[in-house]
Write a protein that binds this ligand. Sequence first.
Ligand SMILES: CC(C)(COP(=O)(O)OP(=O)(O)OC[C@H]1O[C@@H](n2cnc3c(N)ncnc32)[C@H](O)[C@@H]1OP(=O)(O)O)[C@@H](O)C(=O)NCCC(=O)NCCS
Length: 172
Amino acid sequence: MKIYSQRLCLEPLQPAHAELLFEGLQSASIYDFIEDVPPKSIESLRDRYMVLADRQSPDGTEIWLNWAVWSFVERCYVGYVQATITVENSAILGYVFFPNFWGKGYAREAVSCMISYLVETYQNLDFCADVNIQNHRSIALLHNLGFVRSTYLQNIESHQDEFKHEVLYRKR
Ligand SMILES: CC(C)(COP(=O)(O)OP(=O)(O)OC[C@H]1O[C@@H](n2cnc3c(N)ncnc32)[C@H](O)[C@@H]1OP(=O)(O)O)[C@@H](O)C(=O)NCCC(=O)NCCS
């Protein structure tokens, strides 16, 4: 189901979005603070979106929700938002917007719209997001949305001492 806000339409992510988002996802600055890389090809992105279009983890324990974000103002896709709902009822939020469209409030509008939808659709979610401590734009966004800083985490997997995260929890 598509979700609408004042300037945006959140479209459930489908494999067909791969060629529409591919170019925007090439901007290097998107990846300054997230552990991801630009997709290598439209085909590889389509394969990834094929998995995500199932809207659940392969083992069925988590709900994986992703939306491509279309702007009626820009008349193009400006990024995507995502929520992973765990068995503990945490909704772990993620969001990526293309740098050309930063500073226009689209991330705030889209994430806020996603949260409203999730609150209406699921019971008692505990909203949270992992964010790199140097990712000031993302931290500002989270503060604007009512998140407060919670646990400090070190990213064990990457073994990169400089790559540390905070976890910010939104009040229930
Ligand atoms: C994190 C990210 C989504 C933030 O994007 P953003 O555009 O800065 O976020 P917002 O939508 O909250 O926009 C806020 C800015 O828009 C401005 N703005 C303009 N019009 C606005 C409107 N109608 N409503 C609200 N804000 C508006 C605000 O004043 C603010 O400006 P500022 O950046 O000069 O302070 C973006 O930097 C990004 O995609 N980064 C790469 C991926 C990433 O790191 N993801 C997060 C992982 S934790």
